[in-house]
Design a protein around this ligand. Structure first.
Ligand code: ADP
Length: 260
C-alpha cells in the first residue's frame, strides 16, 4: 500500500506565557497563558474582537506582542527582551518557521497551477530541491483529496477545494505546528464540511494544531483543549467536554447559547 499521508516531521509543544498586546491605546491581549501538548489540537473560542486572531498571529509572529513568551519546541522568544532591528527580525523568523498558518482566505497565486502553488514555498523560501518539493506536494494534495487536480488553476476549483490547497501549501513548509484562522468562515455552508474533514484527519495524524473557529460541533470533535477568550483574557479552559459541554463561567455560557 502506498503511504499517501504526510506525517508531521515531529509535532511540537507550544507554550504561551504572559502575552500582552496593544494596538494603539486598545489593550487587546491581557496576559494569555496556555500550553498545547505535542500532537494535540487547541481550539480558541470567543466573541468577535476577543483577541483570538491576535493570539494566533502572535504565534506565527505576524504580530509582535509587547510582552510575554512564546515557545514552539526549543525556539522561544521573550518579547519584552526581543532586540530591535536585524537581530530581532532573525529571532522572529526562526520562531515563525516553526508554524504554518492557514488563513480565512487562501490567497493562492491565480496564474499558477495547484501544484505550483504548493511547490512555491519549499522551493523559493526554503530552497529545497524542486523534485523533492514536487513529490511532497503530490503527497500532500492526495492527502487533502486533490491529487487529481494538481494541474488545475485556482479559478477552476470550488472555495472548499481552494482552501484545501491552502492547507497543503501550509503543510508543504514542514511546520512543527499548524495554525488555522477561521479556515471555513469565508466558505459557502455546503463547502465547510470537506475542509473540516481534512483538519480532522490532520488531528488524527498527530499534528499539533491551534484553531480559531466558530464551528462548535467541529470544535467538540477535534479539540483536545478548548480556550474561551473574552476581552483579551482566557476566561475558561479545559477539555471540550468541560468548556463546551459544561461551561462554568457566565460569559462562556452566554457565548455558547448565542452561537448554538
Ligand atoms: P477575534 O479574532 O477574537 O475576533 P482579534 O484578535 O481579531 O479578535 O481582534 C481583537 C481586537 O484587536 C479587535 O478590537 C480588533 O479590532 C483589534 N485589532 C486587531 N488587529 C488590529 C490591527 N492590526 N490594528 C488595530 N486593531 C486591531
Amino acid at each position: 500500500m502506498t503511504d499517501t499521508t504526510a506525517q508531521p516531521a515531529e509535532p511540537a509543544r507550544v507554550r504561551v506565557h504572559g502575552l500582552e498586546k496593544s494596538f494603539g491605546d486598545q489593550h487587546v491581549l491581557r496576559g494569555i497563558d496556555f500550553e498545547a501538548r505535542r500532537g494535540t489540537s487547541t481550539v480558541l473560542l470567543g466573541p468577535s474582537g476577543s483577541g483570538k486572531t491576535t493570539v494566533l498571529r502572535s504565534l506565527n509572529v505576524l504580530e509582535t506582542p509587547e510582552a510575554g513568551v512564546i515557545g514552539i519546541d526549543d525556539v522561544e522568544i521573550d518579547f519584552a527582551r526581543l532586540p530591535a532591528g536585524k537581530a530581532g527580525r532573525k529571532e522572529s523568523a526562526r520562531l515563525r518557521a516553526q508554524s504554518g498558518m492557514v488563513f480565512q482566505a487562501h490567497n493562492l497565486f491565480p496564474h499558477r497551477t495547484v501544484l505550483e502553488n504548493v511547490v512555491e514555498g519549499p522551493v523559493v523560501a526554503q530552497r529545497r530541491p524542486r523534485e523533492e518539493a514536487v513529490a511532497d506536494a503530490r503527497t500532500l494534495l492526495d492527502q487533502v483529496g486533490l491529487g487529481d487536480r494538481a494541474d488545475a488553476y485556482p479559478f477552476q476549483l470550488s472555495g472548499g477545494q481552494q482552501q484545501r490547497v491552502g492547507i497543503a501549501r501550509a503543510l508543504a513548509l514542514k511546520p512543527r505546528a499548524v495554525l488555522f484562522d477561521e479556515p471555513t468562515s469565508a466558505l459557502d455552508p455546503e463547502l465547510v464540511g470537506e475542509v473540516l474533514a481534512v483538519i480532522k484527519d490532520l488531528a488524527a495524524e498527530g499534528w499539533t494544531m491551534v484553531i480559531v473557529t466558530h464551528e462548535i460541533r467541529f470544535a467538540q470533535q477535534v479539540a483536545d483543549q478548548v480556550l474561551f477568550l473574552d476581552g483579551g483574557v482566557i476566561v475558561e479552559q479545559g477539555t471540550s467536554a468541560q468548556v463546551i459541554g459544561d461551561p462554568q463561567q457566565d460569559r462562556t455560557r452566554r457565548f455558547l447559547s448565542r452561537i448554538r
